[in-house]
Design a protein around this ligand. Structure first.
Ligand code: SAM
Length: 356
């Protein structure tokens, strides 16, 4: 069992019996032992968006930046060079301080120092964002709670997206989700992905998800397509249909790249064409590449010269008409898992036949 429970349905107005029962089971409580339930859903009230009034600030329309760019540098310094109210969407995928092996970054610093550092770049991102626009930050849920605490003092809460991206089993419940915390600068504008009348093919695909409970065997999907059944629905804030980039042939040399489909969805939701997307931790370019493919302008900042160079090479490939997310032959040096890789296995019965 993982920490995403999609098999339980709870309505906002009723008592969550099934959840309480599962918690009882999980923590070994018998039916007759008392469980104190603090139901905080009553505190979930719509935000009035009056707290932070950014109307007085001028918006810099289409003057900044002249060109999309990749910047090799420290985001805290580089963000200082970007004007107030000039960016349409900021997305941050920072190091999570979980001892990942980055090329030149210590991912295991004192946790209070980590939070202090995060507060600094979060504040800078809030400053450069245009009013009504969104700042989205992805992190593990515990750290997002801390980001929330800081962000609510300067911005307005907009959404909390859960990305179910299966991870390694550790100890008890399989950690299977990341949080994407979304705050707007003052009152949010109508959500671009839902507000616009027409979508490009890629935008439409990114905003749709396969309906739950449909059989995903290719033969079944083919039959339903022939019968013109609609297999898709608009994605909610629980993203269970985007897989992590586990397969090495789809990765370049970086320990934690985001999958392109994840970025397509995020950018399609929060921006329109020609708008400007900024990522202060651009890594090997997942954000800036998808932004370019979706006809958005971009600024990607990355500390490591090596990762920045990989991103830049991939943009060059894209400009030549190649798919930068295509399969490649090599095995990246950077590992995305602390577990040793197994040698390629040879099975007596192929995996495909074993299931039938
Ligand atoms: C979680 S990774 C982002 C990966 C990226 N989303 C991708 O798909 O390629 C975090 C990145 O932040 C970079 N980084 C760490 N500290 C930084 C800083 N102060 N300024 C800019 N980049 C930094 C690391 O080198 C790493 O590539």
């Amino acid at each position: 069992m993982s920490d995403v429970w999609r098999d339980i349905t709870v309505s906002f107005s009723s008592y969550p019996y099934d959840i309480v029962r599962r918690l009882q089971d999980l923590f070994g409580l018998s039916e007759y032992e008392a469980v104190n339930v603090y139901d905080q859903r009553n505190y979930y009230k719509p935000v009035l968006h009056t707290k932070h009034n950014y109307k007085k600030y001028p918006i810099i329309e289409n003057q900044y930046p002249e060109h999309s760019s990749l910047i090799n540098g420290d985001c805290l310094e580089e963000l200082d060079n970007i004007p107030d109210n000039s960016i349409d969407f900021c997305f941050a995928d920072p190091p999570y301080n979980l001892n990942k092996k980055y090329e030149n970054w210590n991912d295991g610093i004192d946790i209070q120092a980590y939070f202090k550092w995060c507060d600094k770049w979060l504040s800078s991102l809030a400053r450069i964002l245009k009013p009504g626009r969104t700042l989205a930050v992805i992190n593990i849920p515990q750290w997002c709670i801390r980001h929330f605490k800081h962000l609510k003092t300067i911005m307005d809460y907009q959404d909390w997206i859960v990305w179910e991206g299966l991870s390694m089993p550790v100890r008890m419940i399989m950690p299977a989700h990341y949080s994407i915390l979304c705050f707007s600068k003052g009152k949010p504008r109508p959500m671009p992905g839902f507000a616009r009348q027409t979508h490009s093919f890629l935008e439409r695909k990114a905003l749709e998800t396969l309906s739950e409970n449909y059989c995903i065997r290719p033969t079944c999907m083919k039959i339903r397509k022939r019968l013109k059944h609609n297999d898709t629905e608009i994605a909610s804030n629980l993203w269970w249909d985007i897989h992590r980039l586990k397969h090495n042939s789809r990765r370049v040399d970086h320990p934690c790249q985001l999958p392109p489909n994840f970025m397509y969805r995020l950018i399609s939701l929060f921006t329109h064409e020609n708008e400007i997307v900024l990522d202060p931790f651009n890594g090997v370019g997942s954000t800036t590449l998808t932004a370019q493919i979706l006809n958005r302008r971009y600024i990607g900042i990355e500390l490591s010269e090596y990762y920045c160079k990989i991103a830049s090479e991939r943009h060059k490939e894209l400009n030549l008409g190649l798919n930068p997310f295509r399969k490649n032959g090599g095995t990246p040096k950077a590992k995305n898992s602390p577990v040793e890789r197994l040698k390629k296995q040879k099975y007596e019965v192929s995996k495909k036949n074993a299931s039938t």
